[in-house]
Design a protein around this ligand. Sequence first.
Ligand code: TRH
Length: 360
Amino acid sequence: MQSRQLWDIFCTVIDNHGDLGVCWRLTRQLRDAGQRVRLWVDDASALAWMAPTAHQEPGIEVRPWADASQASTLQTLPPADVWVEAFGCEIPEAFMAHFVECAVTTRAQQPTWINLEYLSAEDWVPRMHGLPSPIMSGPTKGWTKKFFYPGFTEGTGGLLRETDLLARQQSFDRAAWRQQHSPHLAPGGLLISLFCYEPAALPQLLAELVGTPHHLLVTPGRPLAAVQQALQGMTEQPNWSALPFTDQNGFDDMLWACDLNFVRGEDSLVRALLAGQPFIWHIYPQDDNAHHAKLEAFLDWIQAPDSLRKAHRVWNGMEAGEWPALGSTALGDLTVCVQAARQRLFQATDLVSQLRLLVV
Ligand code: TRH
């Protein structure tokens, strides 16, 4: 493994926050591992809250996507050792053509080229992870990319995990956070965070909370809009309040502080697992329902008891019926299962270490 390499990471924001969330986390962790990173992104606006210091971080350059096609910019750039194209985005052709020419002129090798894929617990992932993909046309014809699949098991690319995560969690003042965000939480009341899309069972969850001492903290954007919409049809309201957007560390604080977290997509799922608190996952819905198999594979990996499977299927609209009440037995089961999964993850090699092993 070479010491200080230069990485180009390419990120296009399709929708939501996960594309940039994962790419920023990767960028930061590579830098913390002593690497230099250029992050090319077509819409960096969410960094304003997710990572407010992104543009001033040493070892990191956040660059507008359009600049990767500008000859005047390209001429000023040293060639990178590694290219990472995240989630199937395509590196601009002018960028590739420029650095192919540089490599020919200097008789250099191609950069290690990584195609970073979405996270899945499905059993085909270890078979696909690391496979080469020769380029058959275009300026990089003859070069090769490697598929990189994050994952939960051995033989996959692992998960993003900071080296200082445990220390940060151990020094976190949970009581102070809870006092600040829910000063009137009654004894026996649960603090619950909500980060989701528009789950079919949201009205049922809100109805379940009415009349209880629990307090629901709703994250901004789609979750807040979904809650406001669902509340319109209710005569009585649960205890709830809206949270502002925070940076990624602040998002971890929320997951560590709450007794139950509703998370979604990809990055917040991983964070909820690493936090070790009970959680329910709203998987990113796909048109062809490919997410159903993905969710089942995850429930298998986490060794979910029946109560947890049912809760996930109803929350994700895969099964009609009653939203299962999240009483103390269900929460206890959930805690045991999440804690065991967390322990497995902390023993595994993290994604950045695995990625660096692939770099020649
Ligand atoms: O926003 P998401 O639904 O992103 C999704 C998924 O990644 C999905 O796989 C992908 O296909 C789709 O986007 C396009 O959920 P996710 O992945 O959890 O990303 C949210 C990010 O936002 C995560 O990095 C945490 C961060 N975040 C904060 O930092 N602060 C906040 O206040 C909030 C609400 C989120």
